[in-house]
Ligand binder design. Structure first.
Ligand code: FAD
Length: 258
């Protein structure tokens, strides 16, 4: 590991392909690198012209892991991802030393149900949050909603189901409601069909989970596609929920990916 003032150089240790345009990777982690579950890192790669290209990436791994894990889209001709997708185990990425972001559960107070609403790679920060013991202790229910276009884009399913068998989390795993919703594919009865915004608007999501969304019970994180984030936020504001601000806890915390 080499260091500069701004970043460390980390090595890719594992890569997993989930779909043609989706992959995840693990890197080494400088022991001095700190973050809170839900935060994002800034990663750098060398672009085609030799310049450094930096992008924000939510961290999927737990704050206590000795590696970092990221889940990525491949954007055709994207300056960052078209380069990133070519990297292999043993290659290097740059990692800014500073951690970023406010999509963290410490933004909330009280609440009974934690709703984690994501589209696509917006699942990433919630994977980290789910690996924090406090998340499971502090809520009666955790509702993880993953919305994708096609069923084969439902990455990390096995991992999410495996909390039931996990030594640390098994006794809490009954709290997890894992909701998969698909917008452009046939779905089995266990999955929902449609966008998060539609399912919130028509009550389908709450009916499926069996929990109401309201100020008293619900604390809600929203992450991914900016249209989904904006529309969902507005729907929930219209229902009387409020954004969590620094020093003024509310019911909603959001992160836009572009
Ligand atoms: P860009 O030029 O950055 O983007 C081109 C276009 O691609 C965008 O306008 C948008 O239409 C589309 N796009 C960008 N990102 C995505 C995406 N994630 N899913 C679908 N379409 C997208 N990306 C991840 O893949 N995983 C993450 O964990 C992640 N975390 C982020 C956290 C934050 C706080 C922010 C702001 C962004 C995050 N992103 C994440 C997006 C990421 O920073 C880059 O935009 C993405 O890697 C594409 O980079 P690019 O240079 O190839 O294309």
């Amino acid at each position: 590991m080499n260091t500069s003032d701004k970043y460390t150089i980390e090595t890719i240790t594992e890569m997993q392909t989930w779909a043609a345009n989706l992959f995840s990777f693990k890197t080494t982690r400088n022991p001095a690198y700190r973050f809170i579950a839900g935060q994002f890192a800034r990663l750098g790669v060398t672009g085609d012209g030799g310049e450094l290209v930096w992008r924000a990436y939510s961290i999927c791994s737990a704050p206590y892991d000795d590696f970092l894990e990221f889940y990525s889209i491949v954007v055709p001709d994207g300056a960052f991802t078209s380069r990133l997708a070519q990297l292999k185990v043993g290659d290097q990425v740059l990692l800014e030393k500073k951690n970023y972001g406010y999509l963290t559960t410490d933004r909330f107070e009280c609440g009974k149900d934690l709703w984690l609403l994501s589209t696509g790679t917006g699942l990433a920060p919630f994977l980290s949050i789910l690996q924090e013991f406090d998340t499971w202790e502090n809520y009666e229910n955790i509702v993880l909603v993953h919305s994708v276009r096609y069923r084969h884009e439902l990455a990390y399913q096995e991992f999410i189901h495996s909390f039931k068998e996990n030594e640390l989390f098994a006794e809490y795993a009954h709290k997890l409601h894992y909701v998969q919703t698909v917008t452009r594919d046939q779905t089995p009865p266990s999955m929902l069909n449609g966008r998060i915004t539609t399912l919130l608007d028509n009550g389908g999501l709450e009916a499926h989970v069996g929990l109401p969304i309201n100020q008293e019970r619900s604390r809600i994180m929203i992450c991914g596609n900016p249209d989904m984030v904006q529309e969902t936020r507005q729907l929930l504001l219209d229902r009387g929920l409020t954004l969590s601000l620094r020093g003024k806890p509310g019911h909603l915390a959001v992160e836009n990916y572009w």
